[in-house]
Design a protein around this ligand. Structure first.
Ligand code: DCP
Ligand code: MG
Ligand code: MG
Length: 607
């Protein structure tokens, strides 16, 4: 139906045909870095301020914009245009990150999906909240908060006008809260999709908001001077469009679909056409926590190891601040270098990463810390990875060094999670981590440019409110798993100290083994940690034998199994029922990397 419309009306709008059930808000902070600086130093409020990174003014306050200062202007040009410009160094992004996270956290208090886009933008899908409010109001009395792109014509039969007006009121509430609690002025856009919400947002800048009704989408889009104004159209697509003599959004609206199908796939052609009319059904991708936390330092050339070490050391100090703020325990560290090839006049990136021991980090009063010993361990790991990336017997030229924590321990997890059920404190976390390490040791040595996508991020808020349901069962479980007596475990202080010592020693040995080894064979290696785990499995067997669980394998402890939440029991039973997809092979249970992360690893069969 839509495609027919497109065919028959390639030069006209689809108003009324697209679906308008959603209510989306886009919020952008005014002159973000400059506002952070003005909040830190209120004396800056009354003067023109530019935020400088290297020789560029990345942004400026609105006072400075009156003098024609634009984003990414050269400092020399900016000072010429505004001799009184007060320049503030903005190379440390940390204060901006902190402010950005605070705004994101505040927006989450409305309990609607929030998608963070860059540092100073957020989409909020208020569809459900608006639907609740619609029931409580007389639609005729609802008014627009802020501006409307055009006055509403005849009320759309789907009721979107009232919903969008209510969404504009929510946007106003959000902006007020951001201002009252954090001190930032913002702009907001309200529409039935993300594309229009983002594009309408800057219509009344700064410190104001705009709404667009669906029937005005087409005419609004036709005012955009370049196809590059559409966020999903990048340099390559716009080049291809320009080769078809399509420059403005209006050109794109008018072009016949078959012409677009020459350079683009059919789907892409349809999508481009829809975007030009302001149609976009992209859902919000709720922002979780980042998969990796990293920093890079670029420079002209570094060719001496000691200088590399200094730069890594400085990066590490800053990275530790970031990871402390994040609160998750990293278990993998990646080193990145950009190497300059003098002969080819080119450069390329290379990375290596390895697992790191969680015992490097400590938790006190709920905060993550890296004691000095841990910092030097991290630094020596960094330099070991560096040594693997660079042949020091030959000259080298680097133009960038980077460090990133790429995987994190499941310190806190959502409802029903095995990890959440079993652990509440750091010592128990380490038990599981050790287990995981050993499970995959044969195949988890250093590897280059590994994708961080395998990292798992977890829902912090969920875990914080969920208590561990059955402590006595947990104690039993740990005792069996780690060859400890129940008495040892029952004393929390004994467990904590004993377990942590054990973990740090064992993990050091495991990571030493990995770092020192050049053998990449997948054959599992014997290690003290592995031996201990084997013992643990044996001890589990001893206790679990005689279990009368009907559908569970014999090595499973009935008592532990019955203490698991129902959904987890179902999950396990399903996996045991279908051994082809999930059974841990008896011959080499820990070499099956693909399966190493299934819930079954907590129920290891015997050797
Ligand atoms: N930024 C940057 N480099 C750029 C563009 C922006 O470092 N090329 C930084 C500085 C900005 C921040 O990102 O403060 C947010 O970018 P915006 O485009 O939203 O610009 P501002 O928030 O500064 O200004 P506006 O009031 O126009 O939103
Ligand atoms: Mg902004
Ligand atoms: Mg922005």
């Amino acid at each position: 139906m839509e495609e027919q419309n497109m065919e028959s009306s390639s030069s006209s709008c689809f108003d009324g045909y697209s679906e308008h059930s959603r209510s989306i808000i886009h919020i952008d902070i005014d002159c973000f870095y400059a506002q952070v600086e003005m909040i830190r130093n209120p004396e800056l409020r009354s003067v023109p301020v530019g935020v400088q990174q290297k020789n560029i003014v990345v942004t400026s306050n609105y006072e400075a914009r009156k003098f024609g200062i634009q984003k990414c202007m050269l400092v020399t040009d900016a000072v010429k245009a505004c001799p009184n410009l007060k320049l503030v160094n903005g190379e440390d992004l940390q204060p901006y990150r902190i402010a950005s996270n605070k705004i994101f956290t505040l927006l989450q208090t409305w309990k609607c999906p929030v998608e963070k886009l860059g540092m100073d933008e957020n989409f909020i899908d208020v569809t459900n909240l608006v639907q609740e409010r619609v029931k409580m109001v007389d639609s005729k009395s609802v008014t627009v908060a802020g501006h409307a792109y055009k006055v509403a014509s005849v009320e759309c039969i789907c009721g979107c006008h009232t919903r969008l007006k209510l969404a504009s009121q929510l946007a106003s509430e959000m902006r007020s809260k951001i201002f009252n609690e954090l001190g930032f002025t913002t702009c907001a856009g309200v529409a039935h999709n993300k594309l229009l919400a983002k594009l309408i947002c800057p219509l009344h800048k700064p410190n104001d908001q705009s709404l667009i009704f669906p029937e005005h989408a087409c005419s609004f889009m036709s005012t955009l001077p370049s196809v590059r104004c559409i966020p999903s159209i990048g340099a390559k697509t716009s080049e291809a469009l320009m080769s078809l003599n399509i420059h403005s959004v209006s050109d794109l609206q008018q072009v016949a679909p078959e012409i677009l199908q020459k350079p683009f796939s059919g789907d892409m052609a349809v999508r481009l056409k829809k975007l030009s009319f302001g149609e976009d059904n992209t859902p919000l991708k709720q922002t979780g926590r980042p998969l990796s936390i990293g920093l890079e330092d670029s420079f002209k050339t570094v060719s001496v190891k000691s200088e590399v070490e200094e730069r890594f050391s400085a990066l590490l100090q800053r990275l530790i601040v970031l990871v402390r703020e994040d609160g998750r325990i990293p278990v993998s560290l990646r080193v990145t270098l950009r190497k300059k090839d003098a002969k080819r006049l080119s450069s390329h990136r290379e990375s290596r990463q390895c697992q790191i021991s969680p015992s490097i980090f400590t938790i006190s009063n709920g905060s993550l810390n890296v004691p000095e010993a841990g910092q030097s361990k991290l630094m020596s790991t960094v330099m070991r990875l560096f040594n693997k990336l660079v042949d020091l017997t030959k000259p080298f030229h680097l133009t960038l060094v980077g460090l990133a924590f790429t995987k994190f321990q499941d310190r806190m997890t959502g409802r029903g999670s095995m990890v959440n059920y079993l652990m509440n404190d750091i010592s128990v976390q380490s038990v599981l981590n050790l287990t995981n390490d050993c499970d995959t040791s044969g195949c988890s040595m250093d590897y280059s440019a590994a994708s961080p996508s395998s990292s798992t991020t977890t829902d912090l808020s969920d875990a914080e409110v969920e208590p561990s349901p059955k402590k006595p069962k947990k104690v039993n479980w740990i005792a069996k798993r780690r060859c400890l007596s129940k008495e040892d475990v029952a004393s929390p202080s004994k467990l904590r100290v004993g377990e942590l010592r054990l973990n740090s020693r064992e993990l050091e040995k495991v990571s030493e083994l990995r770092l020192n080894s050049r053998d990449r064979s997948l054959t599992p290696r014997a290690s003290p940690a592995r031996e201990c785990l084997s013992d643990a499995s044996d001890s589990m067997k001893d206790i679990a034998e005689g279990s009368n669980c009907d559908s569970c394998p014999g090595y499973v402890d009935q008592e532990v199994f019955s203490a698991l939440p129902g959904d987890m029991q179902q999950e396990l039973k399903a996996m045991w029922k279908n051994p082809s997809s999930s059974e841990v092979p008896r011959s080499s249970p820990r070499t099956n990397k693909a399966k190493s992360n299934t819930i079954l690893k907590y129920f290891l069969p015997n050797k």
